[in-house]
Design a protein around this ligand. Structure first.
Ligand SMILES: [Cu+2]
Length: 285
C-alpha cells in the first residue's frame, strides 16, 4: 500500500499538469464579531498568524498535491484531518508546526477540521474547505455553519461540552450573516445569463441545513454523502453535518434571487430576522 502511494506520488510529480501547492496554515484563537455587535470566542485556520474572520478556502486542480505547513499558535494542542482521506489526524502541540501532504482521489469539495474532542474544537470554528476542481468556470464557496453561543463560551472556559439540548442561535456562511454575506466575494454569487457557475458548499456545523435557491434549478456535480444523487437537477439541497456538495448553475434569466435555509430559524441571528443564512444570486443580462 505504501509502495503504491509513493509510486503514485512519483507519477504525479512527473506529470506535466500535477503540481504541489505549498501553503502555511495557522491555527489562531480569537473572537468573532457577530451581526448583533456581540462577540463569540472563535478559532480559525488562517493564512497568516493574525486573525482573519473566516477559515482559509483552498482551491486546487484535480491531481495536485496540497502541502500544508500547519502552525499551532494557540495555547493548547490541536489535531488536523481532511474528511474523506485516509491520512491519520496530524497532532500539533501548542506552538509547534507540522508539514503534511494531501492527495485527493476525486474532484469535489473536502472539509478540513480539528477532530480533537469532537465536535468541540470543530464547533469553535476550526473547519474549512478544500475544493478540488476539474473545470475553469467561475466558482463560489460556502462554508455553512451553526453555533450556540453559550456552548462556545463554555468550551472556551475549558469545559467539555455536552451536546444534547443543542439549540443553535447563529447561522453563518463563511463566518458571516446576512447582510454581510453579500459582501464576501467568495460567497456572493454574481454572473451573467448563460454562464456556467459552480457553487461549492460544505456544512461544518452540527445541524442539517436545507438550502433553497429561488429563481433557478441547479445540478449536483459532486456529493460526499450521496454520490448516486449526482446529475439531479432541483432547487433545494439538504446538507447534513460534515457533508459537501458541488452544484452547477447555468442561469436562464437575469435577476436577483434569494437563497436561504428553509429551516427558518437559520435565517435568524439570536432571534433577529433575516440575519442568518440568507444571501442573493445576482445575475445580469
Ligand atoms: Cu425559499
Amino acid at each position: 500500500m505504501k509502495k503504491l502511494y509513493f509510486v503514485c506520488l512519483l507519477v504525479l510529480g512527473l506529470s506535466a499538469h500535477a503540481a504541489i501547492q505549498d501553503h502555511d496554515l495557522f491555527i489562531v484563537s480569537d473572537s468573532l464579531s457577530l451581526i448583533d455587535n456581540t462577540k463569540m470566542p472563535y478559532k480559525v485556520f488562517t493564512e497568516t498568524n493574525s486573525f482573519q474572520g473566516k477559515n482559509v478556502i483552498y482551491n486546487i486542480s484535480e491531481g495536485d498535491t496540497l502541502r500544508l505547513n500547519i502552525h499551532n499558535t494557540d495555547s493548547e494542542i490541536h489535531h488536523f484531518k481532511v474528511k474523506g482521506l485516509s491520512n491519520p489526524a496530524t497532532i500539533i502541540a501548542a506552538g509547534d508546526s507540522m508539514l503534511v501532504d494531501f492527495v485527493f482521489p476525486d474532484a469535489g469539495s473536502y472539509i478540513y477540521y480539528d477532530p480533537l474532542n469532537y465536535p468541540d474544537n470543530k464547533s469553535m470554528g476550526l473547519a474549512g474547505m478544500i475544493n478540488v476542481k476539474d473545470h475553469n468556470h467561475s466558482s463560489f464557496y460556502w462554508n455553512i455553519k451553526d453555533y450556540q453561543k453559550s456552548k462556545s463560551l463554555n468550551i472556551d472556559s475549558g469545559n467539555v461540552e455536552v451536546w444534547n439540548n443543542y439549540y443553535p442561535n447563529y447561522f453563518t456562511i463563511n463566518s458571516k450573516s446576512n447582510p454581510a454575506i453579500n459582501m464576501d466575494t467568495d460567497a456572493r454569487v454574481t454572473g451573467n445569463v448563460g454562464d456556467t457557475i459552480y457553487i461549492y458548499m460544505v456544512n461544518t456545523g452540527q445541524s442539517i441545513h436545507s438550502m433553497h435557491y429561488h429563481g433557478y434549478h441547479l445540478e449536483i456535480m459532486n456529493s460526499s454523502r450521496k454520490p448516486s444523487h449526482v446529475g439531479r437537477i432541483k432547487d433545494t439541497f439538504p446538507l447534513f453535518p460534515m457533508e459537501s456538495l458541488v452544484l452547477r448553475l447555468i442561469p436562464d434569466k437575469p435577476g436577483e434571487y434569494p437563497v436561504h435555509d428553509h429551516n427558518l430559524v437559520a435565517v435568524t441571528a439570536n432571534m433577529m430576522y433575516p440575519n442568518g443564512m440568507f444571501t442573493t444570486l445576482l445575475i445580469e443580462d
